[in-house]
Design a protein. Structure first.
Length: 291
């Protein structure tokens, strides 16, 4: 009696990533490590060089921790940076948009990518809170689009939140799930709704922690220790806010406030810190000082 071979999901042969910031670079690194040829879109020579440097630094760290199955230089050789969406390879199996949380910017770039790539290409947004349904409305082929919400730091995180819009096709979802598993990550599938599952719950905890600091209930470290030691969270909500970026948290909170009501109103302390440029780890100061 013969036994059918069980196929292991593989990453797309060619992947495009729009945006080379921390998240985009992490997404690019993860797919390159899984064997994909990755093209990152980042405008401007300085920004392009910085994007490639982020990927290279991530590769080196992964290699030091034994997380790469081949030399970092070989993996990095599969990553290139171009200056325009128009330069994405038509053969991309997947294009992931990973630019800031600006709905009009995301919609414009996704529509531009759709005009360049094959009709069979899956388009995905890495948005953490914006409506995937609204973004799909900018596309000619909304059935080939969905949300793939990665988590920071992407190479080390275990999760991708798959966000399904009403018009997302079954084959598109199947491919996204296969690619998630090819990256060695687990999936959660949610229907499109404000904040999805992860941001809605995570921001709720983070905003309440900020209000506690604002009200003088406890110092940030004490609040974080209460959650990490008492509830076994891997990181406290304020330290996580610093890692994500206070500006990112504020943008998500404002969106949820507008769509879900007063319980997501951003605390004044959060607004003040963002106004002062205290954005967390990326600026060296947030709720903690970062060397």
């Amino acid at each position: 009696m013969s036994t059918a071979a069980i196929s292991t999901p593989s990453a797309p042969a060619v992947v495009g990533v729009i945006g080379g910031g921390r998240m985009g670079a992490g997404i690019a690194q993860s797919f390159a490590a899984a064997g994909s040829s990755v093209t990152v879109v980042e405008s401007g020579e300085r920004a392009a060089a910085a994007a490639l440097d982020r990927v290279a630094t991530g590769m080196e760290r992964a290699a030091e921790r034994g997380r790469l199955s081949e030399p970092a230089a070989d993996v990095l050789g599969r990553v290139s940076v171009v200056g325009s969406v128009d330069e994405l390879p038509r053969t991309c199996g997947l294009v992931v948009e990973a630019v800031p949380e600006d709905a009009s910017l995301k919609a414009r770039l996704l529509a531009a990518a759709e005009r360049v790539v094959s009709p069979a290409t899956v388009l995905a947004s890495n948005t953490s809170s914006l409506s995937v349904t609204d973004l799909a409305a900018a596309l000619s082929r909304p059935g080939r689009f969905l949300g793939m919400h990665f988590f920071n730091p992407v190479p080390a995180s275990e999760l991708i939140e798959i966000v399904v819009a009403p018009e997302t096709g079954e084959e598109t979802l199947r491919l996204a799930l296969d690619w998630t598993h090819a990256l060695g990550k687990k999936d959660v599938v949610v229907k499109d709704s404000p904040g999805f599952a992860s941001s809605r719950l995570g921001v709720t905890l983070g905003l309440e922690a900020i209000r506690m600091v604002e009200e003088g209930v406890a110092e940030p470290e004490a609040i974080d220790d209460a959650m990490s030691l008492g509830y076994r969270h891997p990181m406290g909500p304020l330290r996580l806010t610093d890692l994500v970026g206070l500006d990112v948290r504020l943008a998500i909170a404002e969106h949820l406030h507008a769509t879900l009501g007063e319980r997501f109103a951003p605390p004044r302390l959060l607004r003040d810190k963002v106004a002062r440029g205290e954005l967390g780890r990326k600026t060296g100061q947030g709720f903690y000082a970062w060397p």
